[in-house]
Design a protein around this ligand. Structure first.
Ligand code: GNR
Ligand code: NI
Length: 173
């Protein structure tokens, strides 16, 4: 069990395109498990490796509700191989933008191909919250964050609020 520190924006690692994983070996699985510990601790429903300072194409998710059994997903090199024309609007948050939320439009359904924790290629079809979340996480692997999908004015407001909050937090330490 390892809870890793989560990077808060603005941070250059969050803006970088992450490197593909060559093979999902024991070291990568360990990182995926540490990322799940970090995500559950936060708590969040997804986490991408750049958010813990690792510029590799790895993400973890679990969108199960508190009253359901846990459904952790571990993905390396995920790719959207199909997306619906239909869009869905969701009020998104991000662990790298604490306490900030904004509505983002994304395809309502996607098919994603990835390497699982056994280094096997798998595909999933996602809709609802899972579709939103997996697109949010894959964005992180491309150096894209949810505020990149909203207006410049709204993004400016969020970045200002975030700076204020970080200042307050620093002063309280
Ligand atoms: O925990 C998270 N919740 C969330 C809510 C709506 C849309 C996307 C997300 S992902 C976020 C965790 C996170 O920052 N992942 O990168
Ligand atoms: Ni995020």
């Amino acid at each position: 069990m390892a809870v890793l520190p989560i990077l808060v924006a603005p941070n250059p690692v969050l803006k970088k395109k992450a490197e593909p994983v060559e093979k999902v070996d024991a070291e990568i699985v360990q990182l995926m498990n540490d990322m799940l510990d970090t995500m559950y601790d936060a708590p969040g429903i997804g986490l991408a490796a750049p958010q813990v300072g690792v510029s590799k194409r790895i993400l973890v998710m679990d969108v199960s509700r508190d009253d359901e059994e846990a459904k952790p997903l571990r993905m390396a090199n995920p790719e959207v191989i199909w997306e619906s024309e239909e869009l869905m609007t969701y009020e998104e948050g991000c662990l790298s933008f604490p306490e900030q939320y904004a509505e983002v439009d994304r395809p309502a359904q996607v098919k994603v191909r990835f390497l699982d924790e056994n280094n096997e290629t798998r595909e999933i079809e996602a809709d609802g919250l899972l579709a939103t979340c997996v697109q949010h996480e894959i964005d992180h692997l491309d150096g894209v964050v949810f505020v990149d999908h909203i207006s410049t004015v709204k993004r400016g407001m969020i970045m200002r609020k975030l700076k204020k909050l970080q200042k307050l937090k620093a002063a309280a330490e």
